[in-house]
Design a protein around this ligand. Structure first.
Ligand code: SAM
Length: 239
């Protein structure tokens, strides 16, 4: 299928959306590393995120993906880190109930949505719910507008109408430098293949400038958001 072929043909690392750098604040706030959480990485692909989280202190990470090629390559690439890498379908996991404190999905739910498989998203939702301990945290990095409804449909169908995810916070995650550049290039290429950009030095330069500007803007917005969040926390603490 698409993912297996992609990972057979690709070597090295590639991160969809964001790297640990952009996501560190979310993890530190909702599930800090010093507590030694058990982490589930749903659809790891060839992302560097697990290794970056490991470097930040998250030592116990179970990585799963349906693509055997991705899992084999990642296990070899990061053999020294002591993380686990398994070929496993996120819609039908082999883990026991309550195995994890933190589950992370960056782009996997979106890939299912993109493939028109809303029923798979619902199954993923019930499996993440089942394998998280009560009170566990699910960090979902997604641009699908239908994500929350699909997640809730899944758990309500399995666990009863009262079951729904508690949304702790909806945060606009800054894109990584690479993802920003790809987005800008796609908008400039107007549907033409991305590879064409690499034949046009002027277009590449223009896109790189735009991507840099956009990242600066995002950083400013993020600093503002953090400032407001800090103020809100202070106000709440002061009663
Ligand atoms: C958009 S990529 C994201 C990869 C990685 N999380 C990242 O951020 O770069 C989607 C990933 O989901 C995996 N995937 C798709 N369906 C899956 C399923 N049912 N169970 C586990 N992984 C799945 C694909 O093989 C692919 O690695």
């Amino acid at each position: 299928d698409y993912w297996e072929t992609r990972f057979q043909e690709t070597d090295g690392l590639f991160d969809w959306y964001a790297t640990y750098q952009e996501l560190a604040g979310v993890f530190e706030e909702f599930c800090p590393a010093p507590a030694e959480p058990e982490v589930l990485m749903v659809g790891c692909g060839n992302s560097a995120l697990s290794s970056e989280m490991h470097a930040a202190g998250y030592r116990r990470i179970a990585n799963i993906d349906v693509s055997a090629a991705a899992v084999e390559k990642m296990a070899a690439h990061f053999r020294d880190l002591g993380l686990s890498w398994q070929v496993m379908d996120a819609t039908d996991m082999a883990f026991a109930e309550g195995s994890f404190d933190l589950a992370v999905d960056k782009g996997t739910l979106d890939a299912m949505m993109h493939g028109g498989a809303a029923d798979q998203v619902e199954a993923l939702s019930t499996e993440v719910w089942r394998t998280l301990r009560p009170g566990g945290v699910f960090v979902l990095v997604s641009h699908s507008p239908a994500r929350l409804a699909a997640l809730d449909r899944g758990v309500a169908a399995r666990y009863g109408q009262g079951a729904r995810w508690e949304a702790l916070e909806l945060r606009r995650c800054p894109l990584s430098a690479q993802a920003t550049l790809i987005n800008v290039l796609r908008s400039k290429l107007n549907g033409r293949p991305l590879a064409e950009a690499f034949k046009d030095a002027a277009l590449l330069r223009e896109a790189a400038d735009e991507a840099r500007q956009s990242r600066k803007q995002m950083a400013l917005l993020e600093a503002f958001r953090q400032f407001r969040a800090r103020k809100a926390r202070q106000a709440a603490a002061e009663g």
